[in-house]
Design a binder for this molecule. Sequence first.
Ligand code: SAM
Ligand code: ZN
Ligand code: ZN
Ligand code: ZN
Ligand code: ZN
Ligand code: ZN
Ligand code: ZN
Length: 495
Amino acid sequence: MEEAGEEVQHEGIQVLLSERSGEDVPRCPHGPTLLFVKVSQGKEQGRRFYACSACRDRKDCHFFQWADEKVSQARLLAREQYNGSCRPPMTHQQYMTRCQEFIALPLAKRKFCKECQQLLLEADWQEHSGHHLLGDVSLANMKRPSQLLHPLENKKSNAQYLFTDRSCSFLLDTIISLGYTRVLCVGTPRLHEWIRIKSLESSKPKVKSLLLDIDFRYSQFYGEDEFCHYNMFNHHFFGGEAAQSICQKFLKEDGGQGVIMLTDPPFGGLVDPLAFSFKKMSNMWKMSSDTDSSAELPMFWIFPYFFETRILKCFPDFSMLDYQVDYDNHTLYKYGKTGRKQSPVRIFTNISPETIVLPASEGYRFCSVCRRYVSSENKHCEICMSCTSKDGRAWKHCPPCNKCVKPSWTHCSSCNRCALEHHSCGSNVEGCFQCGDQDHKRSSCPHRLTTGGHKKMQNQSKGNLKRSRKKASHIPVSWKNKKKQKRQKKKKKAA
Ligand SMILES: C[S@@+](CC[C@H](N)C(=O)[O-])C[C@H]1O[C@@H](n2cnc3c(N)ncnc32)[C@H](O)[C@@H]1O
Ligand SMILES: [Zn+2]
Ligand SMILES: [Zn+2]
Ligand SMILES: [Zn+2]
Ligand SMILES: [Zn+2]
Ligand SMILES: [Zn+2]
Ligand SMILES: [Zn+2]
C-alpha cells in the first residue's frame, strides 16, 4: 500500500492503495479503478497503470490507462458514455415496482426467464418467447432467489459459490449466540436469504440483514433497504450516496451495537483492496456508532486458509477459526473427510475465538491451552505450544524446521526444509507468492489473479483498445457465455 507504506508483494503486479483511491481516479463500469504497478524483487518496474478493481480478467472489463497518460476530453466523454451504457437497464426502484406487479399476478402467470435471469410481466412474454422459461414462480421461490438465479460462474472474478444449509445454519446460529441482531452481508446472498427466512420463524430471534453484492440481479427481489449494488474491491456503491446512506443507517441502528459484517469474497480476489474496503466499512460504522473509538466493526471474513498470512498482515487482530465452511456448488470445497474433499475455507475474525463455539457433533473440541475450538484432527503440539494444523489434517512436528508441517511433507536435508517428497530439490522456493502456500509456485497457484490479464492489458494498450470493445455490462459474463455456448451447441447439432 502506497501511503500506508506497506509493501504488498515482491513479485508480479502490485496494487497501490491510498486514501485518495476512489476520488480523482479514472472510472470503469465497476466504479473507481485501482492503481497497479509491476514489481520485481520488491522494486517497481515500469509505468503505473489503472485497471478495473473487480474484474481480474481483461475480457470482463477492458479498462486500461497509464497513470501518467494524458486523456483527451473526447476520450473521457466516450468513456463516460460507455460506463453509462453498462448500467443495468432499470433502476432499483423500477425493479421493485415490477416485483410488486409480479407478486400481484396469479401463480400461473408468474414466469421467470432462465436465459435472461429475469422475472417477467405479461408484457415481456413476447420478447422472451422461445427462451427457456420457468413457470409457477411461488412466493417461496421468490424468498430464495439464490436458488432461482443461476450462480455466476466466472472463475476469475466472480464465481458464486453458495453456502450449504449446514454452513448457513452454523453461521446464523453463531451470530445469534454471540448476541448480534444485524448482519451486513457483503457478497453473501444465500446467507442473506437464510437469515430473512429464519427470522420469520417465530422460534428464532429476529435478525436483520442487509445484502451488498455486485450481482445486480438481486435487485429484482429485494428492496432498496435490503440490497445495495456494491463493489467490495473499491467500496463503491453503484446507487451513489442514497445507497451508501442506507448502509450507514443500517450500521448506525442501536448506536452501532449488535451489528456484524460477514463477507465471503470471490477467492480470486486481491486481499489488500478487500481489506482496504473493509477498513473503510469499519470507519463508516465508527463514525456513526456510540462505541469507543478504538473498537472495530465485528467481522467474519470467509476465505481459504492459505491466505492467512496475507489477511493477518492487513488485520493483525484477526484470528482464523478451524471451522470448515462449505458450498453447494463446489465439489472440492466440501466438508468431510473424503480424501481431498476437506474444505480449505475458513472464517477470519476479530471476535475472540474462545467465544465462538464450533459444533462438537462435527468433531470440533475446545483446546484449553490455545483457548479456541479446533478440528478433531488438529493436535496440540507441545513444542509449538499450539494446535498447528491449518488444513484439518493432523500435522507433525519437524525438529530441524522447528515447526509443525503438513503430514505429506518430509524433511529434505539438501533444501534444509520440509517439502513434498517429489519437490524440485534445491530450487529454494519460498512457496507461492500469491497465496503463501508452500506446495506450489505462483505460476501454478490455483488462486492466481491473472497477473497475466493485467499484463495483457499493458500490452494491448500499446495497440488499439478499440479493437476489443466488448461491452462490460452488469449482465454477468457467465450467462452471456452460457448463452453463446448454447447457441454454438445448437448450431453444431443442426450442422
Ligand atoms: C464466493 S461467492 C459467496 C457467496 C456466499 N457463499 C453465499 O452463499 O451467500 C462471492 C459473492 O461475492 C459477490 N461478488 C463478486 N465480486 C464482487 C464485488 N466486486 N463486489 C461485491 N460483491 C462481489 C458475488 O456475486 C457472490 O455473491
Ligand atoms: Zn471494470
Ligand atoms: Zn429471456
Ligand atoms: Zn492447542
Ligand atoms: Zn509443532
Ligand atoms: Zn523440516
Ligand atoms: Zn529438497
